[in-house]
Design a binder for this molecule. Structure first.
Ligand SMILES: NC(=O)c1ccc[n+]([C@@H]2O[C@H](COP(=O)([O-])OP(=O)(O)OC[C@H]3O[C@@H](n4cnc5c(N)ncnc54)[C@H](O)[C@@H]3O)[C@@H](O)[C@H]2O)c1
Ligand SMILES: OC[C@H](O)C(O)[C@@H](O)CO
Ligand SMILES: [Zn+2]
Ligand SMILES: [Zn+2]
Length: 361
């Protein structure tokens, strides 16, 4: 089937929390990219927790709010089908992963390499910028990373992988570091793969869901898991983390839940001069155990998405350092089945970790 015979469709939510498939731009019969852009046929897109959040709750924090109908999706890979006049880096037929944040290239953050902090970044799928969950999307060539023969699904996983790699880089995980990772969702599990590749040992992973811990251990058998009991104190969880680590205190916590009690448990478990790096996001205001941080000289760090991670992610995947990462994909659906895909991803009882939406080439 030629491109123009397949209509462009997208996966939308709206302020009433609906989820539906409807026609999308650019129209299949008019795939004319801007001079610096390419048109990509999106073949694989992972559903992120933030997509579910935008649909179910209509916003993330006070600034990212669904105010009109809105296309979701920012974990995508596909094939270039048209290139703009000024594009020299890509040709039709190139297989690419799409980095969703398009910064301004002019502000201090952009000019100093911290482009994730660009105040004018247009991040696909963060309202009001439409996301990648469409058959065809236009995107600047600069933010399309060639993946050559890497499977499209792996190309789509480069987005959550970039989050985890930036976390490991920012936290400064090095060979031999004892590390605790709080939360065994896609970000926590991929962070565990990255920490293992960086040489962390031991790695303790916590969750409130035994199924997720078992799943993570099937991927990384050397993980030591801690099931966090309902109603358990953060101090108790910290003791369980230390005991799972073999009686030593972790030097780094990668906090991947955004839940205050989990943050506290991670901090209580750390050694003197440890680092608690917060990847997870949650309630707008959260308390910190000030004096524990003070007397232990613990550093608390944060991250907002990522910068400069995608080429590194591609190298690491191609070199086999993150083998098994594709196993986090537990469910696959066709683009036309996107509503079921979102129901599966948003249902904790489905056993899903990463749900992938696919469109045949
Ligand atoms: N900082 C960023 O730029 C960035 C980027 C992507 C994702 N995130 C955030 O990272 C977090 C993880 O993402 P994800 O896709 O893996 O989410 P997820 O919801 O699938 O996973 C979170 C996991 O934490 C577990 N959990 C909940 N409460 C817990 C507790 N008290 N102790 C231990 N585990 C607990 C849950 O059972 C779940 O398995 C989310 O908050 C997400 O929004 C941040
Ligand atoms: O993977 C990137 C994250 O999902 C986004 O930052 C999202 O949380 C808000 O736009
Ligand atoms: Zn995301
Ligand atoms: Zn900028």
């Amino acid at each position: 089937m030629t491109v123009s015979e397949r209509p462009n469709i997208g996966v939308y939510t709206n302020p009433s929390h609906a989820l539906y498939i409807a026609p999308a731009e650019p129209a299949a019969e008019n795939l004319a990219p801007a001079a610096d852009e390419v048109i990509v046929h999106v073949v694989a897109t992972g559903i992120c927790g933030s997509d579910i959040h935008f649909q179910k709750h209509g916003q993330i924090g006070p600034t990212m709010v669904v105010r009109e109908e809105h296309i979701l999706g920012h974990e995508s890979a596909g094939i270039v089908i048209a290139v703009g006049n000024d594009v020299t880096s890509l040709v039709a037929g190139d297989r690419v992963a799409l980095e969703p944040g398009v910064p301004c290239y002019k502000c201090d953050q952009c000019l100093t390499g911290h482009y994730n902090g660009c105040p004018d970044v247009q991040f696909k799928s963060t309202p009001p910028v439409p996301g990648f969950l469409r058959r065809y999307v236009n995107h600047p060539a600069r933010w399309c990373h060639k993946i050559n023969d890497m499977p499209y699904e792996l190309g789509a996983l480069l987005e959550p992988l970039s989050v985890a790699l930036f976390g490991v880089e920012t936290a400064g995980v090095v060979l031999g570091d004892p590390v605790v990772i709080c939360g065994a969702g896609p970000i926590g599990i991929v962070s565990a793969l990255c920490a293992r590749a960086a040489g962390a040992e031991p790695i303790v992973l916590t969750d409130i869901d035994q199924g997720r811990l078992d799943f993570a251990k099937s991927l990384v058998p050397s993980l030591r898991t801690v099931l966090v009991g309902r109603g358990e104190t953060a101090e108790d969880t910290a003791e369980h983390i230390i005991s799972a680590a073999g009686g030593i205190r972790p030097r780094v916590c990668l906090e991947c839940t955004g839940v205050q009690s989990s943050l506290h448990a991670g901090i209580y478990s750390l050694c003197f001069r440890g680092v608690c790096h917060c990847i997870g996001v949650g309630a707008s205001t959260q308390s910190i155990p000030f004096m524990i941080l003070s007397v232990n000289e613990i550093e608390v760090k944060f991250q907002y998405r990522y910068a400069n991670q995608w080429p590194k992610a591609i190298r690491l995947v191609n070199a086999g350092l993150l083998d098994g990462i594709e196993k986090i994909i537990t469910h696959r659906f066709a683009l036309e089945e996107a509503v079921t895909a979102f129901e599966t991803s948003g249902n904790p009882k489905s056993g899903s970790v990463k749900v992938m939406i696919l469109d045949s080439e």
